[in-house]
Design a protein around this ligand. Structure first.
Ligand code: ARG
Length: 433
């Protein structure tokens, strides 16, 4: 009966639109997890109109409006749609190291379409894509926006900006091939220019590579790769343009200089120390720590082409990153949920929740990182998401168990709605495309 009702939505949506038509939906369930209040509410009721939440209360306080279509999720628990602040939708988990050289721009774009769909159906209704070649992320964002393909709301960085030979350059081929990434910039003025260029071609935010990385060839994971002056110029320019800045940073000095330069989020943050925690708090910056990643890299990385030197770097940094996570949570650093999906399979984003709980967060804190906290670090772009209240986008998911009792229930989301359109119900995709 319930599925039959949902099928009506699908018909109404039709081709070429991703916002629900002017139909009123009355959504009820047994429980709602409110990440703003930090507690659960019994028998919630939500009214949705034209893709937005218009009222929220309980079944007894908020009756169904006249003519509304009632979707009752039975015993399920409702949450705001999840937000992953660090993904690479145009990357594949089975294509690392030298295999990456065979990926054409068209192939990356096609992967992006497939991965956007998988990510949405996993309950992630918003993602920040922090690094893609050929502005494939901008094209993907527009395709989803136009209703041509389905996916989460995307905020994208375009190419990663970093130093010659650094983590975000392409270092696999010898000099005679002259392979250089689109985001390479050296010196403060070049950084400023690159930020302007990336903005010109449609980025919503800026991604800098402050230190070496695990998956890059020929660098040391802890080494700083951009100077304070370079990052200050980039951040100054980005903020002038109204763009937030995310900095890839594993190493201690690079994390701290990125924070001094005023970046908004530190990605990875593996070797952050107490001074870095204090700087982050003082500056209002957040940490986005991909602490599930290590399991996949050490378990599966070799067969998908990861270089031996990368696996060695992961062995150096993986465990330390998790210990840093625990200390950062204790120190009160503002934490957001970022997975680096694309390094590992898209759709498995929610596996990180259990790691976050294992390494020191309460289930509520882990969920807040992926909802309210993430939305806050999107700045004005996040104003209409991350929680459920009148005026917010009707981005809503539901799970079959209580996530506070069993965080892993988030790995199998049963219901997904984005902008009032139902894409999944009772664990099955209900969208025809
Ligand atoms: N993209 C990141 C890098 O290459 C992945 C780091 C994964 N390792 C980790 N422990 N989080 O540096």
């Amino acid at each position: 009966m319930r599925l039959l009702g949902l099928a009506v939505v699908v018909v109404l949506v039709g081709f070429g639109t991703s916002v629900a038509e002017a139909e009123t939906i009355y959504l009820t369930a047994t429980r709602l997890l409110d990440p703003v209040l930090g507690r659960e509410v019994d028998y919630p009721a939500i009214v949705i109109d034209s893709g937005k939440v218009t009222a929220i209360g309980t079944v007894s306080s908020l009756p169904a409006p006249d003519g509304a279509r009632h979707i009752d999720l039975g015993a399920q628990t409702i949450l705001p749609g999840l937000i992953d602040m660090h993904v690479h939708l145009t990357s594949r988990a089975d294509t690392h190291g030298f295999k990456g050289l065979l990926v054409t721009p068209a192939a990356a774009g096609i992967s992006g379409v497939a991965n956007a769909r998988v990510t949405l159906l996993a309950g992630f209704t918003t993602v920040r894509n922090v690094g893609a070649s050929d502005y494939a992320d901008v094209a993907l964002r527009e395709s989803i926006e136009n209703g041509e393909t389905i996916g989460p709301k995307l905020f994208v960085s375009g190419p990663l900006i970093g130093a010659t030979g650094g983590h975000c350059d392409r270092n696999l081929l010898p000099f005679e091939y002259h392979l250089v990434s689109e985001g390479v910039a050296d010196g403060p003025e070049a950084m400023r220019h690159k930020v302007r260029e990336v903005h010109k071609y449609g980025a919503d935010l800026i991604k800098l590579c402050a230190t070496g990385g695990v998956l890059s060839k020929g660098d040391s994971v802890g080494a700083q790769q951009l100077t304070l002056a370079e990052m200050t110029a980039a951040v100054d320019e980005a903020h002038m343009l109204g763009l937030k800045v995310a900095a890839h940073a594993h190493g201690t000095s690079g994390i701290k200089d990125a924070l001094r330069a005023g970046v908004d989020t530190i990605e990875h943050a593996s070797l952050a120390d107490d001074e870095a925690f204090a700087l982050a708090r003082q500056k209002g910056a957040a940490f986005s720590m991909d602490i599930y990643n290590d399991d996949f890299i050490l378990g599966e990385g070799a067969k998908f082409g990861m270089l031996p030197e990368s696996l060695e770097k992961e062995r150096q940094v993986g465990r330390l990153q998790r210990e840093t996570f625990r200390r950062a949570v204790k120190a009160g650093v503002f934490m957001i949920f970022g997975t680096d999906a694309g390094v590992y399979p898209h759709g498995d984003n929610a596996r990180q929740f259990a790691k976050m709980v294992e390494w020191g967060m309460t289930p509520m804190q882990a969920i807040q990182a992926a909802t309210v906290n993430a939305a806050k670090m999107l700045g004005p772009l996040g104003d209409d998401r991350g929680s459920l209240a009148p005026g917010k986008s009707a981005d809503i998911i539901a799970v079959t168990a209580d996530p506070l009792a069993d965080i892993r229930t988030l790995e199998n989301v049963a219901f997904v709605m984005r902008q009032g359109v139902v894409y999944k119900a009772d664990g099955a995709s209900v969208f025809p495309r």
